[in-house]
Design a protein around this ligand. Structure first.
Ligand code: ZN
Length: 88
């Protein structure tokens, strides 16, 4: 599959409030760092500097389970690759 490994039984369906990207993730917290527009942590920060605050802009829309995981993965990956699809 595109977003999650084959055989995934349950995953989170997220939408980013910053870039609008929708995606599936094995994480299922209420929010997460967007993998598309989220800031990567700067590794060159010195030990005395504060860690940058990474914004968790992706919000959990729903938990997807069972065979719906594969359906959602196909629908979302078609959207990304430019295919036509109809929302369920
Ligand atoms: Zn984003």
């Amino acid at each position: 599959m595109y977003y999650v490994p084959d055989g995934t039984e349950i995953c989170g369906f997220y939408e980013c409030s910053e870039c609008g990207q929708r995606f599936l993730s094995l994480q299922m917290g209420p929010t997460m760092v967007c993998p598309y527009c989220g800031e990567t942590v700067d590794m060159e920060i010195g030990p005395d500097e504060e860690m940058p605050v990474v914004k968790e802009t992706a919000k959990l829309l729903e938990i997807v389970e069972g065979e719906n995981v594969e359906k959602m993965d196909v629908l979302l990956s078609l959207a990304v690759t430019g295919g036509n699809y109809e929302w369920i």
